[in-house]
Write a protein that binds this ligand. Structure first.
Ligand code: EPZ
Length: 421
């Protein structure tokens, strides 16, 4: 198993290219199941998770072809199967999103329930309620969802989500695009990835209005067409490199970052004393040697502070002067990075969904263990800021969501390398 070795204490100077968003790309891939025409996604991140989704789609009979220049060609001309096994779905929850498109297009599907994961229980009840509202008959049996559409297909409906779930909103949008008539999703999630999916579905022929607000209106179509669509820039990768530059010190431009998609983070970073500036086609982050101020944050659905940047922000706060309180409200078990950060000398106490971070003057390199994607990268950030050598083990978590992490960081002066064990 590979590990990442970091010699900390080097400032980050230069430019870091931001890739397409993992969490958008996976749902856009699922959208390709809605049409028998070819779909090309550009600005596709090359990640373990997107490859994994590709494997699942190929197992359904979809032609999946990685092309040069970050393009992915998908063609679901016809399906050879409508079954997604436990083995395929448990490894990555986003694969569950094939359920709605399969029912919408093929009238039936059998897809494994995803089960919990390291950061929390993560049920899919809201996904299933949304599909039921569109007329799908759903049965749960032996860990599988067996679903079918009524004769004549799914029918548009009003879907009122009790919580603004990202996955359930996207799943409802996908299925509603091939349902007869109008669907309205109330209390919809407002993440930029929802807007990206709405643009894609609209280009495919469905009419999706209101993405980015809590009320999304979709006019479904009997048939959707193929398209070429550019994946939106990854706001969490942007947040991660911004926090890396802030923690290590330096001055870097994040090329392709969308400034408007990270306002809550920029506000917290500015309060901490980091310079954040929108520049042409990107964002500039700078911090000189001065000590940071501590800032309290609470994770919230978009436009609030993103849970996917909470671990990375905690890494920054370990070095601030004073005490920062970090409250996690989206997932019930998302502080696994805290004890690992403590191995580098951070002073963190966790009580339930609250972490109290008392800033220290310096972190010292140490061997640490990655536990999930965002937790892992928070250890990389801390390692970049620490004195001496940090070794991050179990880096397969990082490969799920960060494309060419070492190359991007080395490109702006970091001393970081991957070693095979
Ligand atoms: C998406 O997960 C992202 N994943 C997550 O990113 C991200 O943390 C999350 O949205 C919140 O922004 C992908 O897009 C692939 P939710 P998702 O449905 O859709 C509860 C990363 O690191 N809930 O908004 O699963 C759920 O348990 C990952 O890239 C239900 O109770 O998030 C959680 O507590 C991690 N029932 C909360 O809602 C449901 O049916 C938010 O989940 C669905 C969700």
């Amino acid at each position: 198993m590979d590990r990442i070795v970091i010699q900390g204490g080097t400032r980050l100077e230069g430019r870091i290219p931001i890739s397409g968003a993992k969490n958008s790309a996976l749902k856009l891939m699922a959208a390709a199941l809605l049409t028998d025409e070819p779909v090309t996604l550009t600005n596709m991140p090359r990640l373990a998770d997107s490859r994994f989704m590709g494997h699942l789609m190929a197992s359904l009979g979809v032609t999946v072809e990685e092309a040069p220049n970050a393009c992915l060609n998908l063609h679901a001309a016809k399906f050879t199967d409508t079954y997604a096994s436990y083995d395929l779905v448990r490894k990555m929850r986003a694969t569950f999103n094939v359920l709605g498109p399969l029912i919408a297009r093929e009238g039936k599907a059998k897809v494994s329930l995803p089960g919990g994961c390291a950061i929390g229980a993560r049920p899919v009840d809201l996904h299933l309620k949304a599909l039921e509202a569109l007329g799908a008959r759903i049965e749960l049996s032996e860990g599988y969802v067996e679903a079918s559409a009524p004769k004549g297909g799914l029918v548009g409906a009003e879907i009122d989500l009790p919580f603004a779930s990202v996955g359930a909103t996207e799943h409802a949008m996908l299925a509603a695009s091939l349902a007869r008539g109008e669907t309205v999703i109330e209390n919809a999630a407002r993440e930029p990835e929802i807007g990206d999916l709405a643009d894609c579905l609209t280009a495919m022929g469905a009419l999706v209005e209101g993405a980015g607000t809590s009320s999304i209106r979709i006019q479904g179509r009997e048939k959707l067409n193929g398209i070429t669509h550019r994946v939106v820039g990854d706001r969490i990768e942007t947040a991660t490199y911004a926090l890396a530059v802030a923690a290590a010190g330096g001055d870097a431009v994040l090329d392709g970052a969308v400034h408007a998609h990270n306002k809550a983070l920029w506000s917290a970073m500015s309060k901490a004393g980091v310079t954040v500036e929108a520049v042409e086609n990107g964002v500039r982050i700078a911090r000189n040697g001065s000590r940071l101020d501590s800032v309290d944050i609470e994770t919230q659905p978009y436009p609030g502070f993103p849970t996917d940047a909470q671990a990375q922000f905690m890494a920054l706060m370990t070095l601030a002067s004073g005490t920062s309180v970090i409250r996690e409200t989206i997932f019930e078990n998302r502080f696994m990075h805290a004890p690992e950060l403590a191995r580098l000398g951070a002073d963190i106490t966790v009580h339930g969904n609250e972490a109290v971070v008392r800033g220290v003057k310096t972190l010292k390199g140490a061997p640490v263990m990655a536990t999930d994607l965002r937790a892992s990268v928070s250890l990389v950030i801390a390692g970049l800021a620490a004195e001496g050598e940090t070794v991050v083990n179990r880096v397969y978590h990082l490969d799920r969501g960060f494309e060419r992490l070492e190359a991007k960081l080395t490109g702006c002066g970091a001393r970081i390398e991957r070693q095979a064990e």
